[in-house]
Design a protein around this ligand. Structure first.
Ligand code: NAD
Ligand code: LMR
Length: 326
């Protein structure tokens, strides 16, 4: 049983994610923090007949410290989201400082908690969180992750649609790399069960996984980006971590992380030429226990991997530079 804190809990992801967490028997206590509305969201959730107790906090009266005290898992969807015409990198200006400040508060109040970053641009915000925790001397590589589960969810969904199969959950498609455009690399050649796609279909669904976020941003026409599917994906990742924490074996999910800190990760980082990359990761009670390499790639995927790594390098160094010099 675990106390979970959501930072940015009154937002379009924070609210539905908090609902899912309130429904989970793995969460004993839920703490919500936002610069607006969090106490109201908490009271609303407290009318639900599940056992966990929900508390809501604002910045006043040291609310952030109160929200984080005793927390074992902190998930962060705080910050701003895209509007049409924006890239995820355009969010850096605002969200970089938000993540640095929230990570510094975590370092002070609940330094041993799992820290999950949803806030974009994840390619850069995770390095900011890692560097901030390192600076405070509390960084544990086994517990700090960028949430890329939505890309994995899209991989299953879009391949099932392409095949005309009504059951997306039947398909597991590893999605590695980062979390924006060409840095996202779905590996349909490794789909389980194996799938046969024409080149045209493969190109189409690869593009859809890479740029699926844009579909939603455009359709919402200024009202935001992916929210409910992200809440679902975030909850799936948190549930996996909590199941592993409670002793379940063989829990593996892709996540974007600092590879050199994890068994198996150093070799992958050397091989790829980047320290941060999403790969399949096995989790145990204390967090990540093993990072798995990207495996055998098709020629097509090999070309996309090079593009992904080249773009990711700039995103990573932007985050590291911000956190170490700002
Ligand atoms: P939103 O604007 O609806 O919600 C963000 C919330 O953060 C707001 O309630 C706001 O008040 C709060 N906030 C802002 N600054 C804060 C601070 N310093 N401390 C605490 N709370 C603060 O946005 P959203 O749609 O919920 O998206 C949130 C973030 O998640 C965006 O950056 C978006 O790009 C990102 N996102 C990531 C993924 C992913 O796959 N990782 C998917 C979708 C969206
Ligand atoms: C997504 O993948 O949908 C999110 O990262 C939100 C966005 O800005 O596209």
């Amino acid at each position: 049983m675990t106390k979970v804190t959501v930072l940015g809990a009154a937002g379009q992801i924070g609210s539905p994610l908090s609902l899912l967490l309130k429904m989970s028997p793995l969460v004993s206590e839920l703490s919500l923090y936002d610069i607006v509305h969090a106490p109201g969201v908490a009271i609303d959730l407290n009318h639900i007949d599940t056992a966990s107790k929900v508390s809501g906090f604002l910045p006043a009266d040291d609310g952030l410290t109160k929200a984080l005290t005793g927390s074992e898992l902190v998930v962060i969807p705080a910050g701003i989201a895209r509007k049409p015409g924006m890239t995820r990198d355009d969010l850096f200006k605002i969200n970089a400082g938000v993540i640095r400040d929230l990570a510094a508060a975590i370092a002070k109040t609940c330094p041993t908690a799992f820290v999950l970053i949803i806030t974009n641009p994840v390619n850069s915000t995770l390095p900011i969180a890692v560097e901030t925790l390192k600076k405070a001397g509390v960084y544990n590589p086994a517990k700090v992750f960028g949430v890329t589960t939505l890309d994995v969810v899209r991989g299953s969904t879009f391949v099932a649609q392409a095949l005309g199969d009504p059951d997306p959950k039947k398909y597991k498609v590893p999605v590695v790399g980062g979390h924006s455009g060409a840095t996202i690399l779905p590996l349909f050649s490794q789909a389980k069960p194996a799938v046969t796609l024409t080149e045209k279909k493969r190109d189409e669904i690869t593009y859809r996984v890479q740029f699926g976020g844009d579909e939603i941003v455009q359709a919402k026409a200024g009202a935001g980006s992916a929210t409910t599917c992200m809440a679902y994906a975030g909850f799936r990742f948190i549930s996996a971590l909590l199941k592993a924490k409670s002793g379940e074996k063989s829990v593996i999910e892709e996540t974007y992380l600092y590879l050199p800190g994890i068994p198996g990760g150093k070799e992958i980082a050397t091989d790829l030429g980047v320290d941060y990359f999403a790969v399949p990761v096995e989790f145990g009670p204390a967090g990540a226990v093993k990072a798995y390499p990207v495996g055998a790639l098709s020629d097509y995927e090999q070309k996309l991997l090079k593009i992904a790594v080249d773009e990711l390098k700039g995103n990573i160094s932007k985050g590291v530079t911000f956190a170490t010099t700002a």
